[in-house]
Write a protein that binds this ligand. Structure first.
Ligand code: PMP
Length: 423
């Protein structure tokens, strides 16, 4: 008997566990004999689970700008695969800072890390080990990995109210009240833009009000604003506009931390490209903070991967490439926007055609007012389970769907199934 035999089975991941079920259902569907009526396209399992961009044919999309850079890199005789420095590619850091903070050069300790998740975990660990923080609070609902990262870094995790599922709106007064009461030194996790899963962001005026709250508390009982910026460019289609909240808090001199991911905005998911930015008020503090981050990184994964960072640096530093990337971003956001409209139209049509009195007054406006990669549909856990069991449409049980998984050939079916699930 091995000492490992008694290890308990852990629960499957909230998101990837459903992907496993989708893959199994797809394999079963593909194995059906063509004579089986269930082998028809209309029974093909649909994946609207994961937040990864898909093109109009449901296929992963390598951004043309990224593809072009990769070609140039492959032909460059100077390309090598040496280790990067512990804190990442030297040229990547200023390029990522400029994208996040604009032309003004704030004083930040920035290190290249393993994408958004790596930035969150490294940032939380830094707060636990060097700033005496004990607790993070995040919005309800949020990305399920936030509490997991906090717990793994040794921080307690709590929440603040964010969204009313029935009204499809942010519960702003409750949010403010909760943050006014939060204990000093609490780390407040904020989604910089394109809130996951709700797709609802504070307005600029609300961000100002929030910045006022943090500023007012700064000297007596400070809160630490920790921005998760995983979708820069995905909310408004404009990378500058989507940086509004981060830049506002930074301009107030608050102790801002940003977990900056390039997974979605550049389609570099598997390359694990990201940056952690920590606001300091002197060059000396930047040096000290960076030294502690370096020690942590060295002991956890030694140094970050090079490929994605080399692509991102070229893309951000060469003006023609940068312009071409903004166009790619617009292709993605425009398609997502069109899919939102089609889904809403499909839902309104399907509910009318169903004739069921119970759904006639259901309002679907939120599908088009929400932004980013997801829609928080308002479907209940039971309705989501029904979608999976009866229609082989896979989504997370909180009613979130990835708009990127929709296309012209499946959007109407998804709309009909949604209406069927709530009747
Ligand atoms: N934060 C949020 C809100 C996300 O949705 C994601 C990706 N699903 C991430 C962070 C991290 O993604 P990555 O580690 O690929 O950058």
């Amino acid at each position: 008997l091995s000492v490992f035999d008694k290890v308990e089975q852990g629960p499957p991941d909230a998101v990837f566990g459903i992907v496993d079920r989708f893959n199994k259902a797809t394999a079963e569907w593909k194995a059906l004999p063509t004579s089986d009526p269930k082998a028809a396209d209309e029974f093909k399992p649909i994946n609207i689970i994961v937040g990864a961009y898909r093109d109009e044919n449901g296929k992963p999309w390598v951004l043309p700008t990224v593809r072009q850079i990769e070609k140039e890199m492959a032909e460059d005789p100077a390309l090598e695969h040496e280790y990067l420095p512990i804190t990442g590619l030297k040229t990547f850091i200023p390029a990522a800072q400029k994208l996040m903070f604009g032309e003004e050069k704030p004083t930040f300790a920035s290190v290249q890390v393993l994408s958004g998740t790596g930035a969150i975990y490294t940032g939380f660990s830094f707060l636990k080990n060097h700033v005496n923080c004990t607790k993070v609070i995040g919005p309800t609902p949020t990305w399920p990995n936030h509490p997991s990262c906090a717990k793994t870094a040794g921080l307690e995790y709590g929440s603040y109210p964010y969204y009313d599922n029935a009204k499809n709106s942010i519960v702003w007064d409750q949010l403010i009240e909760s943050l006014e009461k939060a204990e000093a030194n609490t780390v407040v996790l904020l989604h910089a833009c394109a809130h996951n899963p709700t797709g609802m962001d504070p307005t600029n005026a609300q961000w100002e009000q929030l910045a006022d709250l943090f500023t007012k508390r700064a000297t007596t009982s400070p809160l630490i604003p920790f921005f998760d910026c995983a979708y820069q460019g995905y909310a408004s289609g404009d990378v500058e506009k989507d940086a509004f909240a981060v830049r506002l808090f930074t301009s107030r001199g608050l102790p801002v931390i940003v977990a900056h991911s390039f997974s979605k905005s550049m389609g570099l998911y598997g390359e694990r490209c990201g940056c952690l930015h920590i606001a300091c008020s002197s060059a000396d503090a930047v040096k000290r903070v960076t030294s502690q981050l370096s020690i942590f990184i060295r002991a956890t994964y030694s140094n970050p991967p090079g490929h994605g960072a080399k692509i991102a640096t070229k893309l951000l530093s060469e003006p023609a490439k940068y312009d071409s990337w903004l166009k790619d971003l617009n292709v993605m956001t425009a398609r997502l926007h069109a899919m939102r409209t089609k889904l809403r139209e499909g839902l309104e049509k399907a509910q009318k055609e169903s004739g069921a009195a119970s759904v006639q007054n259901r309002d679907w406006t939120h599908i088009t007012t929400q932004t980013g990669m997801f829609s928080f549909t308002g479907l209940t856990k039971d309705e989501c389970a029904y979608m999976e069991k009866e229609h082989k449409v896979f989504l997370t049980p909180n009613g979130r769907i990835s708009i990127a998984g929709l296309n012209d050939s499946n959007v109407e079916r998804v709309a009909k199934c949604m209406i069927d699930s709530i009747i």
